[in-house]
Design a binder for this molecule. Structure first.
Ligand code: F3S
Length: 442
């Protein structure tokens, strides 16, 4: 058993002298250190996020609503700026656009999915009220960092809890986080000191090469999934790409943490800890080289894209949740058109209002599409009953949505491709996408 180093204040909390909530959260933190193999706790100076309304770190550390109320009555607050991820209890987090979605009881059996009044009400009840008192900003998104308006800076220690977001924190922002965002870490402003908090663990070990320039959104999505499968937990340095856009970073990050579990990577010249390839490896030699060539991208495309019919029942876009520019570009594609089959577009609740003010919502609605927020198809655990073949433009969504159908006889079919392929499918009801080698030469 590792003897975790505690200062006097931490010892007091652990002994219960500061109350039950500090004690339970400290107990959890000490156990997390032991699991992580570290004797050190680090004070966080960045930001945190976790899945609401969970206060449960483990079963024996659950904090009841009554305890939470006592805590807030005594002035308890989150010690770091804290944002909410989408809720794992999917009926809690959607806010806009769910009328008539036909998703009332597909997997949750509570009849509430298309009840917007319930969603609205849930935001003002119980745990959420207490969380807001504690300072939580309720972004309700897997891409909360895109709406947060407050980001950690280089070197700051954070505690986030969304797999697709972790590389954004580490690789893109240069801040430091493991996948351990929880009520405890945000309340205490402390986390176990291991893995991505430690400088040497952030250095690249695997050199990733491509055969041609990676530059379209779908190529980044495929590249991410393929790197995840190849590299697993390693830290790759990726070469042979154009400079990624914000959307492309997000797509690759989501793919990486579906094919594998990549918390950190480097793209020399694009990510802050890799001004050069040599710096990415800390002056050492790569342990190995992974070639993500044309054949790998094609095989990944085919793995994610399986359907026996080209008749599509529904199109789903917004994994990770669409940002404001994504919505602007999508609105251009849909303006003046009419969808033939349901098209669902997912974003973050705060951005729903931006889409409304910018006129994108009206364009989507006029086209017959639905703009929705606060969760995602995979988190919802299924699709409406009429859907047997769905089109998506996200490797992560393709992978997880089919996992909702373990029975092979009823396995959902998926058409995976570019956003343009998906829009075409929404307008025509037909899938015409195919793998394209569109990347340019180096
Ligand atoms: Fe977000 Fe769901 Fe995709 S949580 S990253 S939209 S699978």
């Amino acid at each position: 058993m590792i003897d975790v180093k505690l200062n006097d204040a931490e010892k007091r909390m652990l002994q219960g002298e500061d109350g039950l909530v500090p004690q339970l959260t400290m107990q959890w933190l000490v156990e997390m250190c032991q699991v992580a193999g570290t004797d050190t706790i680090i004070d966080l100076d960045g930001t945190g996020d976790f899945h609401t309304p969970w206060t449960t770190m483990t079963f024996h550390h659950e904090i009841s609503l009554d305890e939470l109320k006592k805590l807030t009555a005594a002035g308890g607050v989150f010690k770091i700026p804290t944002f909410s991820n989408k809720s794992p209890f999917t009926e809690m987090s959607p806010i806009h656009g769910w009328e008539g979605c036909d998703m009332c009881s597909r997997s949750h059996g509570n009849g509430r999915f298309d009840d917007c009044d319930f969603h609205e009400k849930s935001m003002h009840e119980e745990f959420y009220v207490e969380f807001r008192k504690m300072g939580m900003l309720q972004t309700h998104s897997c891409a909360s960092y895109l709406t947060a308006s407050y980001l950690p800076t280089i070197g700051q220690h954070c505690s986030w809890n969304e797999s697709s977001a972790i590389p954004y924190c580490n690789a893109v922002l240069g801040a430091r986080s493991n996948i351990d965002g929880s009520f405890a870490t945000c309340f205490l402003g402390k986390a176990p000191y291991y893995d991505m908090h430690v400088t040497e663990n952030r250095l690249a070990t695997v050199l990733v090469e491509t055969e041609r320039l990676i530059h379209t959104d779908t190529e980044w999505d495929l590249l991410g999934f393929a790197i995840g499968e190849d590299c697993g937990l390693a830290v790759p340095a990726i070469t042979g790409t154009a400079k990624p856009t914000t959307t492309q970073f997000c797509k690759m990050n989501a793919g990486m943490n579906t094919g594998g579990s990549i918390r950190m990577y480097h793209i020399p010249g694009s990510t802050p800890e890799a001004p050069t390839l040599d710096a990415a490896f800390g002056g050492k030699k790569p342990q190995r080289t992974a070639l993500i060539g044309e054949n790998v991208l094609r095989a990944t495309y085919e793995k994610l894209n399986f359907h026996t019919s080209d008749d599509v029942d529904m199109v789903y876009l917004g994994c990770p949740h669409l940002n404001a520019v994504d919505m602007m570009l999508l609105a251009r594609k849909l303006e003046g058109k009419k969808v033939k089959i349901p098209l669902w577009i997912m974003t973050a609740p705060w951005l729903y209002n931006v889409a409304k003010e910018q006129g994108y919502l009206k364009i989507f609605e006029d086209a017959g599409a639905k703009l929705m927020d606060g969760t995602c198809m995979a988190a919802m655990g299924g699709v409406p009953d009429y859907v047997h073949n769905i089109a998506v433009d996200s490797a992560k969504q393709s992978y997880y949505i089919t996992g909702c159908y373990p029975d092979d006889d009823n396995r959902l079919q998926v058409c995976y491709g570019t956003q343009d392929d998906c829009v075409d499918a929404a307008l025509s009801g037909k899938w015409r996408g195919e793998f394209k080698s569109v990347g340019g030469a180096f």
